[in-house]
Design a protein around this ligand. Structure first.
Ligand code: CMC
Length: 429
């Protein structure tokens, strides 16, 4: 009968080893048994960028990159985008099940209760330079929250974790909106708890002198759907940062600041900003073939294309493309859409992109919607960070309860100098 094991022969010694296979993986530490001598450290795997390493067990998000499938806790992303709302999805990610009516009401009330920022946080944000990037302000302010909520260090206390989860999900839109208002020199607008999560965020962004700001309901719903689509994406760069930082039992505010910093990079959540800059640079649909040619010659990348996991159309991009029509019906069509559609049309039939399985990802169309809704490009990664907070927190909560969790500490292959004696300065060349 077939055994669920892997047999390895070490050709250096002729010895054979048998390792159990569980869930399609072998344990990397099992390989340490493979040695050429007693003093030998044992075999390691070399996997920069975790191309083929599962770093944890997780029951939160499932992706089949070849088929273009994304599910949160088993629910297809398309169904959640159509039938759910962001706060319900956040609950689902964190607690594993869709909330019943009572659970949902308590959850929304808990989050609504925590939307205000301490006045000293506001003063702290005032200190940023007038042209500070809102994502830099957001990351720094998230980190600063740890100095206000010192109880957050009790990471092994489930009640404390619950409290920090409510605070972080509640406060991230307020910080994001304050960062935006600071960057345009407008007074901060306090939360309006009579509005929903996305509607309140829009009020804090755009309210001027009116008593109550109510955004267009189509745009509120569109932003809420975008929040659902961005809420979690299993072990991506920023989530891995969150898990890595919290593995030392750091508090979730410090860890979320680190995760936000990871998200900001143009290869990750900063890609939506990069897409809009790219579309502006191309300028006109007629210049698309020349741009594609440059990319194929190795001059830059087609931003918003390609993914480490998806080797098919990103299902989030498909939903966003549909959402764009609803938004443009209210805001008017973003003229850059024609350039984006032409890029997609040409790239999807070009051998370079087809061979490498490069398809539009979540960031390709989201920026066009954000821009049509009135967001400046600097706010795009911020808009990604707001909903990803629930994913980071779900992953943190799961990791903290996982008995297998240990401090993240990869190995290295040392390539530096062998031991050598210290050289006095007078003797240095
Ligand atoms: N444009 C042109 N060529 C590309 C692109 C692209 N966007 N992406 C990958 N390639 C090429 C790459 O040059 C390589 O070619 P070759 O085999 O000839 O060396 C091949 O495709 C494989 O790419 P890779 O860099 O090994 O793939 P990766 O898994 O390390 O990188 C990625 C994934 C998302 C960083 C990359 O596709 C990329 O930089 N895309 C553009 C940035 C972007 O849109 N990022 C958002 C990702 S989705 C949301 C998120 O994660 O936040």
């Amino acid at each position: 009968m077939a055994r669920n094991t892997l047999t390895v022969t070490d050709n250096r010694t002729g010895k054979q080893y048998e390792f159990p296979i569980t869930d399609g993986t072998i344990k990397a530490v099992d390989l340490r048994q493979i040695k050429v001598s007693e003093e030998d450290f044992g075999l390691m795997t070399y996997d920069p960028a975790f191309m083929n390493t599962a770093s944890c067990r997780s029951a939160i998000t499932f992706i089949d990159g070849d088929k273009g499938i994304l599910r949160y806790r088993g629910y297809p992303i398309e169904q959640l985008a159509e039938k759910s709302n962001y706060l319900e999805v956040a609950y689902l990610l964190i607690y594993g099940e869709l909330p019943n009516k009572k659970q949902f009401e308590d959850w929304v009330a808990g989050i609504t209760h925590h939307t205000m920022l301490h006045e000293n946080m506001k003063k702290l944000m005032d200190g940023f330079h007038y042209d500070a990037h809102p994502m830099g302000m957001l990351a720094a302010t998230l980190g600063a929250l740890s100095t206000f909520y010192t109880d957050a260090r009790n990471v092994h206390d489930p009640e404390s974790r619950r409290q920090q989860i409510l605070r972080l999900i509640a406060k991230v839109p307020t910080i994001a909106a304050f960062a935006y208002r600071h960057s345009v020199g407008r007074p901060y607008i306090y939360p309006d708890n009579s509005l929903g999560y996305a509607g309140n965020f829009m009020s804090m962004l755009w309210k001027m002198v009116e008593v109550r700001y109510e955004a267009n309901p189509t745009l509120v719903r569109a932003l809420d759907v975008l929040f659902i689509l961005h809420a979690d994406h299993e072990q991506n760069c920023s989530t891995n940062a969150m898990r890595s930082i919290t593995s030392s039992d750091a508090d979730p505010y410090s860890s979320a600041a680190g995760a936000a910093a990871a998200l900001w990079g143009p290869l990750h959540g900063g890609a939506n900003e990069a897409v809009l800059r790219m579309l502006a640079e191309i300028g006109h649909k007629d210049r698309v073939p020349a741009f594609i040619k440059e990319v194929k010659e190795g001059h830059g990348k087609l931003m918003g294309f390609g993914h480490r996991v998806y080797k098919n159309y990103d299902p989030r991009a498909r939903t966003i493309k549909k959402l764009a029509d609803e938004v443009f019906a209210v805001t008017g069509r973003n003229p850059k859409l024609d350039i984006a559609l032409e890029l997609e049309r040409i790239a999807l039939q070009d051998e370079y992109f087809v061979k490498r399985k490069l398809y539009p990802n979540v960031d390709f169309y989201s920026g066009l919607i954000y821009q049509a809704m009135g967001f400046p490009v600097e706010m795009f990664p911020v808009l990604f960070c707001i909903p990803r907070m629930s994913g980071w927190l779900a992953q943190w909560n799961e990791q903290t309860e996982d008995k297998e969790t240990k401090i993240a500490r990869p190995r290295q292959i040392y390539t530096g100098a062998v031991e050598r004696p210290f050289v006095e300065m007078s003797a240095r060349r």
